[in-house]
Design a binder for this molecule. Sequence first.
Ligand code: Z5A
Length: 210
Amino acid sequence: MFISFEGIEGCGKTTQLEMLRDHLEWKGKSCVVVREPGGTELGERIRNILLVMEDEAEGIEPWAELFLYSASRAQLVKNVIKPCLEDGKVVLCDRFTDSTLAYQGYGRGLDIDAIKTINSYSTFGITPDVTILIDCPVETGLKRAWHRIKNSEGATEDRFEREAIEFHQRVRRGYLELAQKEPQRIYVVDGTGEISVIHGKICDIIDKVI
Ligand code: Z5A
């Protein structure tokens, strides 16, 4: 089974993904957790280019950004996700193709159909069985994300957090539109409540699907 977690920055994806992993392992499932961009040696190098902006003067052209995310994904799907699914493991992925549609499509304004085509190549046709979209207001998410960034060690991954509020609003709207189009796969969960309450809702969804 392939489960992806999606949402704007600071919505609580990573927190909830780890809690779900514990829940599924407690139920005897063998789980593998991966994240995008990253999850392979090449992917982590691409992540560093994408999230830690070292050359502010040049910036990253949106199509170049799209291809970098896609390159990271192709490597992750081929080397990790596909083999794990074939082994019967549950794969939990922190962001996947919906992020590309939301950020590069709705956020940056790149052509949605072109992104869908590129996604189909970079995933080798693999799609999540279930996607948990954690939704919260942009202001709430960014506040949490900045708090996390200020308290984290290592390189500062803040290229997206520094985008204008309108960009984040387009991304959020994009996610909600994607969920409306695919209600059988994408489950929207309110991310503004208590962490434990959100976890309970996600467990209910996944337990029913399993
Ligand atoms: N991106 C893209 O453009 N195109 C693509 O195709 C892909 C990605 C795949 C990856 O960052 C960036 O790449 C991302 C989109 C873009 N944009 N950014 N930035 P990422 O996924 O690695 O980073 P992120 O989304 O910013 O992660 P985040 O800030 O860590 O958010 P999160 O995982 O949703 O939240 P969290 O780490 O679970 O929680 C953040 C903080 O809030 C933390 O201190 C928690 O304890 C706290 N928290 C969590 N839930 C709650 C609740 N319910 N109440 C109160 N506090 C909470």
